[in-house]
Design a protein around this ligand. Structure first.
Ligand code: MD3
Ligand code: FE
Length: 214
C-alpha cells in the first residue's frame, strides 16, 4: 500500500518566466490513456491543414475538442462552436484530458481551471509554428495548459515584443507547460520538427493546448 498514491506527482519543474512553469514528465504515466482519447476525438474531427488569412497553408495539422475550437481561414482567426469540415459541434473534451489540465493548472498555482477549448496540433518532420501571440481568448487571466506527446521539439519563448530573441526549451513526451500571468501574452513558436521515431506515436508530435475562450 502506498500512502502517497493520491498526492500530485512529484516531478521536476523548470520556471520559464513569471507565470510560466514547465512540469517535466507530468503526464508521462497517463500518456497512453490520453493518446487513446485524442485518437477518438480525431476520428470524429479529423486533423486538417488550415489556411491563414495571409493565404498560406499551415504546416501544422489541427483539430479541436470541447465547446469551442480554434479555426483559421482566409477571413481570419476565431473560435467556433462547429467544425467547418463536418458542420457538427466539436467532440466533447474527454474526461481524462480535462482532468490532466486541471491538475497541471493547480500544480502551477491556478485553482479551478475550466478550459472550454482544447486545440490539438500535429507536427510531422519539418512542420513548424511561426512566432505569434495567442490573444483571441476572452479570459486573459486564465492560463493555457499545454501537453506534449511524441517526438521532442524545440519551443521558442520570447517576450511581449516580437523583436526580442526568444529563449529555447526542449519539450519531450509527457511534458506539460502552464502559461499564465504575464507570460500569457509572450510571443512563442515551435521550431521545425526534427525527424525521429517515437515508440508510441511514430514520426510525429502532438500538442494539446487547453484554453478558456468563451
Ligand atoms: C506561451 N502551440 O497552438 S502550445 C498554439 O507546441 C501554440 O503546438 C504550441 O502555440 C505547440 O497557439 C505551443 C503552448 C502555448 C500556447 C499558448 C501560449 C504556449 C504559450 C501563450 C503564451 C505563451
Ligand atoms: Fe500559441
Amino acid at each position: 500500500m502506498d500512502l502517497f498514491d493520491d498526492l500530485p506527482p512529484d516531478t521536476a519543474q523548470t520556471p520559464i518566466a513569471p507565470g510560466a512553469v514547465l512540469l517535466h514528465g507530468f503526464a508521462r504515466e497517463e500518456a497512453g490513456t490520453l493518446l487513446q482519447a485524442v485518437e477518438s476525438v480525431l476520428h470524429q474531427a479529423p486533423l486538417r491543414h488550415m489556411q491563414t488569412p495571409g493565404g498560406f497553408t499551415m504546416s501544422v495539422a489541427m483539430s479541436n475538442c470541447g465547446p469551442l475550437g480554434w479555426v483559421s481561414d482566409p477571413i481570419g482567426y476565431r473560435y467556433a462552436e462547429c467544425d467547418p469540415l463536418t458542420g457538427q459541434p466539436w467532440p466533447a473534451m474527454p474526461a481524462c484530458m480535462m482532468d490532466l489540465a486541471r491538475r497541471a493548472a493547480a500544480q502551477a498555482g491556478f485553482a479551478d481551471f475550466e478550459p472550454d477549448a482544447c486545440l490539438i496540433n500535429q507536427y510531422v518532420p519539418g512542420a513548424k509554428l511561426s512566432l505569434h501571440q495567442d490573444k483571441d481568448e476572452k479570459d486573459q487571466r486564465a492560463p493555457i495548459v499545454s501537453l506534449s506527446l511524441g517526438l521532442p521539439t524545440v519551443f521558442l519563448f520570447g517576450t511581449s515584443s516580437r523583436k526580442d530573441r526568444p529563449q529555447r526549451y526542449r519539450l519531450v513526451h509527457g511534458d506539460v507547460v502552464v502559461w499564465g500571468g504575464p507570460a500569457r501574452l509572450a510571443y512563442h513558436g515551435v521550431a521545425a520538427l526534427a525527424d525521429g521515431e517515437h515508440a508510441l506515436l511514430g514520426r510525429r508530435r502532438l500538442n494539446l493546448s487547453f484554453r478558456c475562450v468563451g
